[in-house]
Design a protein around this ligand. Sequence first.
Ligand code: SAH
Ligand code: SF4
Length: 425
Amino acid sequence: MSERDGESFRALAENCGYVPALRREEADLVVVTTCCVRESAENRIMGNIGQLSRWKAERPGRLLAVAGCLVQQEGALENLRRRAPHVDIWIGAFEQEKFTDLLQAGGGSAVYPSPLRAGPAREPAPLAELGKISAAVNIMYGCDNHCAYCVVPQVRGPERSRAPQDVLEEITSLAAAGAREVVLLGQNVNSYGRAEGWREDFAWLLRAAARVPGLWRVRFTTSHPRDLPEALIAAAAEEAAVCPHFHLPLQSGSDRVLRAMNRGYTAAYYLERVGAIRRALPEARISTDIIVGFPGETEADFAETLRLVREARFSQAFTFMYSRRSGTAAADMPGQVPRPERRERLQRLTEAQAEMSLAWRRSLVGFRQEVLVTGPSKKNAALLSGLTAGREITVFPGREADVGTLVPVLIKEVNSWTMFGEIIR
Ligand code: SAH
Ligand code: SF4
C-alpha cells in the first residue's frame, strides 16, 4: 500500500513537470511514504528522513516531502517538525490530492483534521502511464475492525470503498497500457462495499476484474479470516485469471490470544477456512501474517501458533514481533512480553516457517508453472525473473522478448526465497 502511495506521488509530481531520477543525487524532490503499523518501520523511516538532511543541504532548492500514516498520527505533526525541521512538505494519509498545491508552493503541510471521519474514497492520480506489468489498485481505504494491537483504523480512518466503475475503469486503462496483472488492495477486501450497502460485493468485483480484456492475472490482499465468504472462494476457483492465492492473516494460533486480539475467530475456524480453500482449489497458496509476543502470550500460547503453522502449510508467512502502538487497546494491557522473549519467539517461528516454505517450494520441483516475466533478475542480469500464480519469484534463462509475457517454466531447483527453472519451449 505504501508502494502504491509512492506511485501516486510520482504521478502527481510528473503532472507538475518532474521526471523520475535514476539516483538520489540527481533528484530535486524526494517523497518518503511512511507506515506506522510497527515501531521498527517507524524507526527506520525516522532514520531515513534524518539522513536526507545532508542530501537537502547539498543543493539549494531541493524539496523533501514526508507522507502517510506517520504524519497522520494524532498530534504527531508538531513533534515530527521538531525532530526533522529540514522537511519541507508534510502530508497525511488522506490528503494526497493537496500534494500538487504544496509542491507548487514549495512547502507546507496538510493533515486531515479528524482521522476518525471518513476521508475521500478516490485516487488522486491515474497511473496507467507508468506502464507496469504488475500494478496495484486500491479498491478501498481504512478499516472498521478493532484488532487490539493495530493502529491502522486510527491513521487510515473508517472503511470506505471506491465505486466499482472507478475501480474497473482504472483496471481497464492499466491493461490498455500494458499491465498484465493487477493486485486489488484493501485492509479487508471481504467487506468491499459493505459500509456503502452496495449490491456489488468483492466476489462480484473480482469476477468483473478478471474479465477485463488484456489482463491475465488478478490478485487480492488482504482477506480477514473471520468473514471469508464461500462466494469469494468460488470466484477464485472459477475465474481463470484469478490467482489461486489467499493472504489470510492468522496473527496467533492460540484461541486465548485471538480473543484478546479481538480477531473474531478461533484456530479451529481458521483451519476450517483453510480446508474450504484447499477443497475448492487444491493448488492454492495460503500465506499469512503472524504476531509473536502479544501482551499475555505465554509459552503455551506460542506453542499453539507453532503447531498451527505446521498444520496449515503456509506457502509464506510474514512474522512480526508485537510492537506497542499508542492509542490501541493492547497498549495498556497487562502482561507486556519482554523484548528478549519476543525476539526469541520470533526467531523460532521464522525458522519453523522457513522449513515449511522450503517444503512447499520443493513440492513444486519437477512441475510446470506459468510465470509472468517481469524483467531481468536483480542478482544476475543475464537471467530473467518472474512470478508464478502463487507469487513465488522464479529465475530462468530467456530472451528479452519474453519480458511481459506468460511462459511455462519447468522448476528445477529451489531455496527458501527463489525458484530456478527453464522455459519449456
Ligand atoms: N489489514 C490487514 C493487516 C494490516 S497490518 C489484516 O487485517 O490482516 C499488516 C500486519 O502487520 C498485520 O497483519 C499484523 O500481523 C502486523 N501488525 C499490525 N499491528 C502490529 C503491531 N502493533 N505489532 C506487530 N505487528 C503488527
Ligand atoms: Fe488492523 Fe485488524 Fe484492520 Fe487489519 S483488520 S488493518 S489488523 S484493525
